[in-house]
Design a protein around this ligand. Structure first.
Ligand code: TYM
Length: 384
């Protein structure tokens, strides 16, 4: 994959390996860093600040400034994000949906969320289509639990909604030639032809409205938006804007993202309290020193310490508290076991609350998939 690969790390929509150099990735993908002025403008328009932007968890963008100009001038953008339902969702996936629901509340935006059961089947991330569809249902409850507005959010399975998307999909597909797809996604002679077509399908929801689409996601999904931006205007739509996050690192170390397919690297939303504890105690990569004496003398390294990184990226949202933890840990006052204890409590508290919201979501799901205002409009609309 010539334009996404180098010898140290590799980021594609289907694989992340090595220690990601996020600054290099901005250059390689041709995106923009989110500077201080843009952050302040986003907070002003949103009416409040958000820790994930303040701390650079979302650190790169495409045309976020244009999306904000649209909003400031009274033209609302809409939001698009998605999930490939290959199994239970992990903590890295869900942070995208909590952030997107915050954007929805602050900008009063419609949100479109596909469950790409076709993608996971074609990419062999799922053993069968039935299994992918089962996970699509399970994942949709977790997504609803992240707090979306039932009248302004449409959640759908690709395999069910494709009939209505198909006209747009072939208009998109006709604009993408094999050389481009090969260069961007690394497709080759062994790639099945369903998968060659899939990028056209992932582009389509960015064309569900004629206003600008803003896509929050981790940076691995950006290759799709590069294609979108090459062709959207020729089809009469604006180029999509995107807001890219870093990856919540694998439990086992900051090289590589938390991966759904390697159980010990991830905490799943359905892991119970004991599993969470044992995964973190036994498996979380620590930036602490080998002995207590050394740790007291030299302090811990927060840059590589996974429990610290998880707290910083999501679980400790108070800036004062995270700075206190950083200070105590790097000075050696706080030991690695104590830091892990803080994370265990935070993760379990989050999961307990998330699961209560998920149970409530069971009674609400229909609104998102068919009966709510936006969903029923989409189920009856002829997309061209
Ligand atoms: P999927 O299911 O691989 O991932 C779902 C979302 O989670 C992000 N993500 C992560 N974020 C933080 N830390 C991690 N360790 C981590 N791992 C994954 C992904 O970037 C994604 O935002 N093809 C997509 C489904 C899709 C989509 C979209 C995603 C369709 N349309 C539009 C985003 C936006 C997929 O398989 O995602």
């Amino acid at each position: 994959m010539p334009d996404t690969h180098n010898s140290d790390f590799n980021v594609t929509p289907w694989e992340v390996t090595g220690q990601v150099d996020y600054a290099k990735l901005i250059k390689k993908f041709g995106t923009q860093p989110i500077g201080d002025d843009l952050k302040q403008r986003l907070f002003k328009d949103a009416g409040e600040s958000h820790f994930a932007i303040r701390r650079g968890v979302y650190y790169s963008h495409r045309d976020l400034d244009l999306a904000l100009t649209d909003f400031e001038e009274g033209r609302r953008f809409f939001l698009y994000t998605g999930r490939g339902p290959s199994g239970p969702m992990h903590l890295g996936h869900i942070i995208q949906f909590y952030f997107t629901s915050w954007l929805q509340r602050r900008f009063k935006a419609n949100v479109y969320i596909p469950l790409t059961d076709d993608e996971v089947y074609l990419s062999e991330r799922s053993p069968s289509l039935d299994v992918a569809q089962k996970w699509a249902f399970e994942n949709s409850l977790d997504i609803v639990a992240a707090g979306f507005d039932p009248d302004h959010t449409f959640i759908f399975k690709d395999t069910e909604y494709l009939g209505r998307m198909y006209k747009l999909a072939i208009r998109v597909a006709k604009k993408i030639n094999f050389s481009t797809a090969k260069a961007i996604f690394g497709f080759g002679g062994e790639t099945n032809i369903g998968f060659l077509f899939y990028p056209a399908i992932q582009v389509v929801p960015s064309l569900f409205e004629h206003s600008r689409c803003l896509i929050p996601c981790a940076i691995d999904q950006d290759p799709f938006w590069r294609i979108q931006r090459d062709i959207a205007e020729s089809l009469g739509f604006p180029k999509a804007a995107a807001l890219h996050s870093k990856f919540l690192p694998a439990l086992t170390g900051i090289s590589g993202k938390m991966s759904a397919s390697i159980a010990e690297t991830a905490i799943y939303l359905n892991d119970d309290e004991r599993t969470v504890r044992s995964k973190i105690v036994k498996g979380a990569f620590s930036g602490g020193q080998a002995t207590v004496e050394e740790h007291r003398r030299l302090g811990g390294n927060t840059e590589v310490d996974v429990p610290f990184q998880w707290l910083y990226m999501f679980f400790e949202q108070s800036d004062d508290r995270i700075e206190q933890i950083r200070q105590e840990y790097s000075s050696g006052k706080m030991l690695s076991g104590e830091l892990k204890g803080i994370l265990i409590d935070k993760v379990n508290e989050f999961l307990k609350e998330h699961r209560a919201r998920r149970r409530r979501a069971e009674g609400e799901l229909e609104k998102f998939t068919g009966t709510g205002e936006l969903a029923s409009r989409m189920m009856n609309s002829d997309l061209t």
